[in-house]
Design a protein around this ligand. Structure first.
Ligand code: BES
Ligand code: ZN
Ligand code: ZN
Length: 499
């Protein structure tokens, strides 16, 4: 898909579809672009929106035939939602829904940008949101499907703009939108690929390839012997069912501009059967998604050199499947983690926190000043917050606020849950320093976060439980069912603004 510019007005551009916009209302608020084209079409568009009861809800589309009065044979009115609430997220969503609507039907569209007065968004930001929206909405994962012949792909997006300065600003925004999409697409693809493809060795190879392509990124991959030598007994315990499959991945981006080190850690369970505490079939079927945290980190690192953050950044992934075999870890086993704390395993399906324990300790050992982890950690987070919202926990207000702002810019929803001191006792073990499952089934997202906190050595830390929004069982506003790439754009926003 390419984004291009035309200095012609919309009536003089030849594409499959010309687009104009309207804000939501009983009588929709018509934009300048709408009014201009409506004039050329002698009021046809305003007649149609009344006749068809078009309200202008975000992403609502009304198609109108202009009867050869203009070069293009179809005009669509795209709803942008309420004008009072309009922001970049609403614009991204409108264009994503549009792209879903146009799928397989349209290969080229043209529109003009909103004026600053109409939208409050400058040309660059507007263009970024539009590019992100179209690209995210247009995403599909069809590698393993036979291609049907009639499928049309959206190939050209043409922006009608005659001011060169505005064109330059728009280009900048589009470039960023494309970059952010590229990183998100990578994360989505890795989650959508079967676990037989996305193995720990595969993730390690991706990380090594990223380092090869970027001279300011280094990558170290540890295999079983070295992981044993380092003393990662927790990670090894979960991985022991799967022979030599495990990999520990350490990416490092060096900015040369600061001595600060931010660690980004992703849960990398390439498939979660639950281990001998086996999952039922309905909760196991989508468990290839259990490396979505790791996928997000790799997505970020794939373009981090282009964002050029001031801070140094580590990317850390303990990758293994959680399998059943005669070598499996079993309830009652005790493992010793990298920081010396012992963990009693009482349920092998609470494997994420056990592998994350060693990743967190590793980040601390390697001198991280700040830590952000992303993990599809608990089903309980979906019970609490549903499929669209991730839980955020933190021991540090300033880092937490930065992540919240970045997420809000990215259009990724977070809701804070507390690191409740009183619940710490629920993670107590009779035989070890801590148990991998709490003694109460209530508040499971909180007790899992409290478990992780034991391994961050009081360093500023943010934990995102992304079990809900990392993987959609149905299509959603910004994409189809499957991996969403959740977290990628939050982290990129955070790095970009050096928040
Ligand atoms: N990977 C799962 C959590 C999960 C559930 C992710 C649904 C995505 C969608 C995790 O390893 C797990 O199984 N957690 C258990 C913990 C319990 C045994 C304490 C859970 O949430 O049931
Ligand atoms: Zn599990
Ligand atoms: Zn898991």
């Amino acid at each position: 898909m390419t984004f291009e510019f035309s200095s012609n007005t919309l009536d003089k551009i030849s594409v499959d579809k010309v687009l104009v916009f309207a804000f939501e209302g009983e009588d929709p608020v018509l934009t300048q672009g709408f009014l201009q084209l409506d004039k050329v079409l002698t009021g046809l568009l305003s007649e149609e929106i009344t006749a068809e009861k078009f309200k202008g809800k975000t992403g609502e589309v009304l198609s109108v035939s202009p009867y050869k009065k203009i070069l293009c044979s179809k005009v669509s009115v795209l709803g942008l939602g309420k004008k009072e609430e309009f922001d970049g997220n609403q614009l991204r969503k409108a264009f994503s829904l549009l792209a879903k609507n146009l799928k397989n039907k349209t290969s080229s569209i043209a529109f003009s940008l909103l004026s600053l007065k109409e939208s409050n968004l400058d040309v660059a930001l507007q263009s970024q949101m539009i590019a992100e929206g179209i690209l995210l909405g247009n995403y599909s994962f069809a590698r393993y499907k036979e291609k049907t012949k009639e499928e049309k792909e959206l190939e050209a997006v043409i922006i009608s703009e005659d001011n060169k300065n505005n064109q330059l600003k728009a280009k900048e925004g589009i470039k960023k939108g494309e970059l952010f999409y590229e990183a998100t697409r990578l994360a989505r693809d890795f989650v959508n690929e079967p676990a037989a493809v996305v193995t720990p060795a595969f993730l390690a190879q991706v990380a090594l390839d990223i380092a090869k392509k970027n001279k300011n990124i280094k990558c170290t991959v540890y295999e079983k012997d070295q992981i044993e030598k380092m003393g990662m007994g927790a990670f090894l315990g979960i991985a022991q069912a799967s022979g030599n499959a495990l990999r520990f991945i350490h990416l490092e981006y060096t900015s040369g501009l600061s001595s600060k080190k931010l660690a980004l850690i992703g849960k990398g369970i390439t498939f979660d059967t639950g281990g001998v505490s086996l999952k039922r079939e309905d909760s196991m079927k989508d468990m290839k998604c259990d490396m979505a945290g790791a996928a997000a980190i790799l997505g970020v690192f794939s373009i981090i050199s282009k964002i050029k953050p001031k801070t140094n950044v580590m990317g850390i992934i303990a990758a293994t499947p959680n399998m059943v075999s005669d070598k499996s870890i079993v309830p009652g086993d005790v493992v010793r983690s990298l920081n010396g704390k012992t963990i009693e395993i009482l349920n092998t399906d609470a494997e994420g926190r056990v592998t994350m324990a060693d990743s967190l300790s590793y980040a601390v050992k390697k001198g991280a000043n700040e830590i952000i982890d992303l993990a599809t950690l608990t089903g309980a987070s979906m019970v609490a917050l549903g499929t669209d919202i991730a839980a955020i926990f933190s021991n540090n207000n300033s880092l937490k606020e930065k992540v919240k702002i970045a997420a809000s810019n990215a259009g990724e929803k977070l809701w804070e849950l507390p690191l409740e001191e009183e619940y710490k006792k629920l993670n107590k073990s009779d035989v070890a320093d801590i148990s991998n499952i709490p003694s109460s089934r209530y508040g499971g997202t909180i007790t899992a976060a409290l478990f992780l906190e034991e391994f961050v050595d009081k360093k500023p830390w943010v934990h995102l439980d992304i079990a809900g929004p990392a993987y959609f069982e149905k299509g959603h506003d910004l994409g189809p069912k499957g991996g969403s790439g959740f977290g990628v754009r939050t982290l990129l926003n955070l790095l970009e603004f050096n928040l």
